[in-house]
Design a protein around this ligand. Sequence first.
Ligand code: C5P
Length: 281
Amino acid sequence: MLTVRAYAKVNLTLEVLGKRADGYHQIASVMQTIDLSDELTFTISDEINLRCNVPALETDTNLALRAASLLKERTGYSGGVDIFLKKNIPVASGMGGGSSDAAATLKALGRLWELDLGNEELQPLASSLGSDVSFFLFGGTAIAEGRGEIVYELPPMPTVHLVLLAPPLEIPDKTATMYGRLTPEHFTKGEASLSLQHCLEDGKEPDAKLLFNVFEGVAFDLFPSLEVYRRAMLEAGADWVRLTGSGPALYTFVASRVEALALAEKLREGGYEPYVATTGG
Ligand code: C5P
């Protein structure tokens, strides 16, 4: 039996450079794992099965289940695994929970099934499961390019405290829909990600001015009540608010854990359910 954590992420930058011939978009994104995590337990078995504390996620499309099946198919491993997924990361929020579960599954089963596979061998499987999965093979601080699957590790960012809100707002096929709303006016050249990369390479904590997310240009139209959540964070004392991934989760940095807890408490008093986290994971 093996139990592992699958960490959530925030996008410190997320730029779209253009639309590609294959229908995907070319991106540049500085990504960072945070210490909010799902927990996955793997037990060797004859077949592949998944149980989850959220029964609605026990489907064939669950990325942890798909990762296990793909690894078995590609390696010819004869056995299976029982997976138990304890979900803590809000689903379809822009925090990468499903992608992180998939990467954690590939790595954990590599060990449990004694396949002796490194990130280099797992990367093609990760990228076929989803554009964000490769990043989670590494975690920490990294820049993602291509459609997200080309990942370069960056020096770890100095520890930062965050407060996040994951509004319970849903749209069908969220990621594809959000990308589909982008037009050439939203496209940038990757300068924001490059500036942030240089800042991190100098060992500095990123200034909020360096953070950027292209989807803020369309998210507030697609999720009309998102603005209510953004304002709630500002009114509770956040200096600024950024979207992570294609949303709808929002985050801000604060100076200390004490400040994070105070901001979260104010949000709770307003009826919201914030998350307090630090970078790492
Ligand atoms: O790779 P993933 O399955 O997460 O992508 C979901 C959808 O998001 C894709 O089918 C595509 O429509 C869109 N997408 C995109 N460009 C990217 C990543 C995703 O257009 N770089």
